[in-house]
Write a protein that binds this ligand. Sequence first.
Ligand code: NI
Length: 182
Amino acid sequence: MALLPIIVAPDPRLKLKCEAVSEVTDELRTLMDDMLDTMYDAPGIGLAAPQVGVTKRIIVVDVTKNDNERQPYQMINPEITWSSEELLDYEEGCLSLPDQYAQVTRPEKIQLTYMDRDGKTKKIEANGILATCIQHEMDHLEGILFVDHISKLRRDLIIRKLKKYKAQLPPDRLDKLDKVDA
Ligand code: NI
């Protein structure tokens, strides 16, 4: 169990398209456990592998609020097979865009398939905040951030704020971030 440093935007590593996973190894299971720990610690409700410097199609999600009723998902190669015409507006944030929020509109309901930590194929239906969160995390696998869904004007404003925020981060944090790439 370890906490992983989360990459903060803007960063070219958050713009990469991630590769599919062909085999679930112990290394990947450890990565997914560490991603969940990192997400709970942040705290957040979702985290995608590229946010911790791993360019693979892996996400973790848990939208429950109560620590005693955790319902974590660890999803490998998630694929949306159906989405509803009904849409949902949600005020989204992202662990890679600290303290920034914007309303994003996405399908309210989705069906998806993914591979679990045992390599088994699962099929689920999600709606509401779970659907929003899964779609947000899956965007990360394509190099897409929630700010890519809003106007350029608002996006530029948020990116400017993040650049300022990053400029005042202590150097040791930036060292850690560089190590993630190795
Ligand atoms: Ni995010």
